[in-house]
Structure formats: C-alpha cells, structure tokens
Ligand binder design. Structure first.
Ligand code: TXA
Ligand code: MG
Length: 334
C-alpha cells in the first residue's frame, strides 16, 4: 500500500516542501489548528486537485494561507479597515478572514463567491514553509471531506496517505480545532461564520465592543453560506451527545467487546460514584484548551476501536466550550 513520505523540520526538508508546493504538488502541513492539505493557490490545476483528493464538492471554497500582508493584498484588492484591526490583534494565529476577492483569485478556489478566505497561520513550520515557497497556499483541513479533521501527521497518513506524496510532521496541533472564521466582506457587518479557538467575545473585544453576529446554521446539506454544513467532522460510529455532568449514573452489565464507549470531558474522580465504564476522557482536568487539543484525536481513536456507539459528554457552554459544542453537534448529526 503506497504511503506518503514524511518530511521533518530540517532546513533541507523545509526547502523541499516549499519547492514541491511552488511547482504545484500537494503537501500536507501542520498548523496550530489542524493539519492542512496545501497547494499553490495561484495554480488552477493544483487547486482542482485539492478538491479531488479530499472528495470535496466544488461548492465549498478553500482558505488561502499567507506569510505576510503583501500576500493578503494580492488576494484582496481593498482590505477593509476592520480586517486590519483583526489581523493586528490575532495574526499570525487561528483566525480566518472573509474578504472581498481580487479579480485574479481563481473562481474555483472561492467556489464562485466574490469573497476569499485568508489566514496567516502561527505554526513555526508552516510559517517557514510559506516564507520559502513565496506563494500563497490554499489549504483545507487534510481529511477526506466530512470526516474528522487531522491533528497529527499520523491522522493524515491514515486517511490520505495513499492519495498524496508528502506530509510534513510538525507534531500534534496546539489548538486542535479549525480556525475561527469572521466575515468582514460586507461593510458595517461582522459575522462569525465558524466558532473556533478565538471566541466571538474575543473578536468583539478586539474591536472595542463592536457587535459580532452569528448567522443561523441551516439544517439541510444546502448551506446558506459556505462552511455551514450541519453534518461534518463525523465519525462512522453513531455518536450521542450527553449534557455536561450527565453521563448516566448506572453501570451497564459487563460490557462486551465492541459495545458502547463513554467519553467524559475530564477524568472521573476516584471518589465519585465511579462509572467504571467511563474509560475515556478528553482531558485530566476538563480544561477547555485541553479538551480542544484532544477532541478530534479521541473521536478518531474511538471511531477505530470497533464500538457500536459512542456517548460524548458535552463541555460547559461558554467561551471556547461553544466552539467545541459546535464541532460535537456536527459530528453527531446524521
Ligand atoms: O484552521 C483552519 O482553518 C484549517 C487549517 C488547515 O488552516 N483549515 C480549514 O479549512 O479548516 P477547511 O477547508 O476545512 O474549512 C474552510 C471553511 C469551509 O467551511 C469553507 O466553506 C469556508 O471556510 N470558506 C472558505 N471560503 C469562504 C468564503 N469565501 N466565504 C465563506 N466561507 C468560506
Ligand atoms: Mg475541513
């Protein structure tokens, strides 16, 4: 079974990844959020191959990753002042801005929309590769369309290794969920399209309290705006969400192999009425940042363990917890 070659963080490997990317090859890269499947955003055939490799419908536009502001200006002719303010506050970092697109940006990349999604990632290895490649890189999460996003190189190898040539291994992703997407393409409106590591509150604070609105999600597979599919990030195993603090109290009879898995937000306390069947937890303490980091990895692990059903305890619904609940709701949707 052919697998992708793994590149590391040496200067030689960075140069090689950058050259491959400039020439139009696809290379999976680490970012601080999740691993991305990167390709030269200026090359139409490369952009098309990203959609093909992921099995992604052409109606779902890509995010372009940049190294500096001159690349933003190549993608967006007229950057709104609010975008400058947000970039100043959060770039490099887990924020994607939706901006009016420049005419030369491919319609394939933006799925025909008059806007383009742009992000300046913070991961040092991603930044070195972007700088060496010296071209903007289109990069969706490096997973087959609809499946759980990858947060380490092994996840990429597992699900796309037979379809791509190279994966740059930059270790586990620090944030663990995809960037926060803010649409500032309409003057006077700031819309939160996808909650992420940065919360709506943090965005609003950076803008001296300007209101950030959240468009309602759609329930069908025809989103009103791109990026709002109800079902996404989905394990194959059926998943049921349990309110915070309410994993069932009763211990089921000796659980046979392949039966249900129970995934708690924190390690159950030894003195608690000890649900012995809660064998899995996202985090020792239940800290939201730790849950975020391990969220997709735990879902993947349990999805592959042959359980008939996975029950997941929801995190508390404030701050980063809201972004985690967003991902879990989509993972559970059928
Ligand atoms: O953290 C991230 O953003 C990761 C890493 C690799 O950077 N990337 C990522 O890309 O999550 P992807 O393709 O899995 O998700 C991009 C989302 C999609 O939901 C897409 O619909 C939305 O961004 N998007 C892209 N262009 C857009 C546009 N012009 N307007 C609205 N949404 C857009
Ligand atoms: Mg994705």
């Amino acid at each position: 079974m052919p697998t992708a070659s793994i590149l590391g963080e040496s200067d030689d490997h960075v140069r090689m990844a950058a050259r491959l990317l400039r020439e139009g090859e696809l290379v999976a890269l680490p970012t601080e959020t999740v691993y991305g499947l990167a390709g030269n955003a200026r090359l139409e055939t490369t952009v098309r191959s990203i959609f093909t490799v992921k099995g992604r419908p052409l109606i779902d536009p890509l995010i372009v990753h940049v190294h500096d502001f001159s690349q933003v200006e190549e993608l967006c002719a007229d950057v709104p002042p609010i975008a400058h303010q947000l970039a100043e506050a959060f770039w490099p970092g887990p924020l994607t801005l939706i901006l009016p697109k420049a005419p030369q940006v491919s319609d394939l990349l933006t799925a025909g929309h008059p806007t383009v999604a742009v992000r300046m990632p913070a991961h040092p290895l991603a930044r070195r590769i972007l700088q060496a490649a010296d071209v903007p890189l289109a990069a969706p999460s490096a997973n087959p369309f609809g499946y759980i996003s990858p947060t380490c190189a092994e996840h990429v190898q597992e699900s796309l290794g037979e379809r791509i040539g190279w994966i740059v291994d930059g270790g586990p992703c620090q944030k663990g969920i995809e960037s926060t997407i803010i649409d500032v393409s309409t003057p006077g409106e700031i819309r939160l399209l996808r909650p992420g590591p940065l919360t709506g509150e943090q965005i609003s604070e950076a803008l001296n309290g300007l209101p950030v609105t959240t468009p309602a999600a759609t329930s069908s597979d025809k989103p009103v705006a791109p990026g709002m599919l109800t079902r996404h990030y989905s394990p194959h195993t059926p998943l049921t969400l349990v309110p915070n603090g309410q994993l069932p109290p009763a211990i089921p009879p000796t659980a046979p192999e392949g039966s249900s898995a129970w995934l708690a937000t924190a390690r159950p306390r030894a003195d608690a009425s000890s649900p012995a069947y809660t064998r899995y937890w996202f985090s020792e303490t239940g800290a939201l940042e730790d849950i975020s980091q391990s969220l997709f990895g735990m879902l993947r692990k349990l999805d592959q363990a042959g359980h008939s059903h996975i029950y997941v305890e929801l995190p508390p619904s404030d701050g980063l917890g809201l972004s985690l609940i967003d991902r879990l709701n989509r993972a559970a949707a059928r």
